[in-house]
Design a protein around this ligand. Sequence first.
Ligand SMILES: NC(=O)c1ccc[n+]([C@@H]2O[C@H](COP(=O)([O-])OP(=O)(O)OC[C@H]3O[C@@H](n4cnc5c(N)ncnc54)[C@H](O)[C@@H]3O)[C@@H](O)[C@H]2O)c1
Length: 311
Amino acid sequence: MSNILVTGGAGFLGSHLCDRLVEENNVYCVDILASGRKSNISHLMSNRNFHFIEHDVRKQFNSDIRFDTILHFASRAAPDEYQKFPLHTLMTNSIGTLNMLELARKRGSKILLASTSEIYGDADVIPTAESYWGNVNTVGARSCYDEGKRFAETLFYIFGQQYGMDTKIMRIFNTYGPRIRADGYYARALPRFIMQALGNSDITVYGDGSQTRSFCYVDDLIDGTLALLRSKHPGPFNIGNPYEVSILELAKTVKELTKSLSKITFHSLPEDDPRRRSPDITKAKNLLKWEPKVSLKDGLHRTIEWFKSNS
Ligand SMILES: NC(=O)c1ccc[n+]([C@@H]2O[C@H](COP(=O)([O-])OP(=O)(O)OC[C@H]3O[C@@H](n4cnc5c(N)ncnc54)[C@H](O)[C@@H]3O)[C@@H](O)[C@H]2O)c1
């Protein structure tokens, strides 16, 4: 049995990771319950392989446990949310990442970073491959997150080079599924649309809705994470679903699947909103033998059903 530390383990993706890992490993879930929720992990609390530790990764983590693997997922991740807490976000991704890398160095752990497609900024090349260096604003509304993650990637790269550590970088593209938050500033477009459609209230599209995103179902994302963990490659790897859809098309699909009476309304576009977003996953296909399997309609259906019984 391995000892696995999951930072951000009470969050959306982190809790799904804990679910998958807990059967065969000792899982230590570290979180401050900022955007994460106890309800995401309450079903794991009685499992003797699962251990919840309330800790802020911006502070050093002292533990005698020899972690075989650290999965570093702690970070506020929804645009409205990280823009409300910019310093917290920047420091979690910089100091927090440094603290986790130092812990991994002391304990000889393998360590994986949940990075993001946002490190590409408003990319000029779509689909975007890992070789693209990014088009990012250092002093804009999204900089705390984008630059925090870029710094985190560089730290991972340097620790790998300088100390010969087993470091892995995963660039996650928009992911959705059960447990994604739909309330307040935590809500990203897809869960917001679902909740609005289920409540028959206006589905609020920013801009004219022609901007595109690609959405990966959470089970595929977890498969990709585990494939990267098993591999000998450091990355970075794009992990996402290359199927590109406009935000307006997404709103219409959600409306159709929920049989909603909602109207679709248009609102001003947020600052620095990327126009298109889609991953080139050739590298992950070739080296990790991974690709997503769940279609957007199927994933939306499963997510809508979860929202119906959990809200
Ligand atoms: N979901 C996506 O589409 C997506 C896309 C790209 C990257 N990511 C990355 O994946 C990771 C998880 O994202 P998510 O969607 O599950 O978000 P989430 O907000 O649901 O989970 C993040 C978790 O980190 C915790 N956290 C935040 N700051 C912390 C700190 N200082 N110390 C300890 N815990 C802290 C939060 O409480 C939360 O439980 C993040 O690093 C995010 O940047 C997610």
